[in-house]
Ligand binder design. Sequence first.
Ligand code: FES
Length: 106
Amino acid sequence: MTWYKVLKEDALKDSDIFKVKAGSKELIVMKTGGKFYATSFLCTHEQYDLSEGFIDDGNLICPNHFAIFKPQDGTVVSNPEGSGEIGSLESYKVKVENGDVLVEVE
Ligand code: FES
């Protein structure tokens, strides 16, 4: 596992979502409640790009059919409208060091 600097700490405001590259992997970093979290960027329903989603009440919402995920661990809070159960997003460890946000991926 390797830590990658993906953006500056002050690049995101609360409730922002940003797609980044960590090594060869693309993922999203989001900020909510003053903390940073990182998950895979494709919705597990129909692969919608979650960097185009939004944060509401501390949760990550897919704007396509409104699946709701927990930024902290990528688990599903609510399945998409009219759909059965979908899988969790991948979740990555995040830390802030010297003004940089780092994500740990393989
Ligand atoms: S693609 Fe995300 S909820 Fe359907």
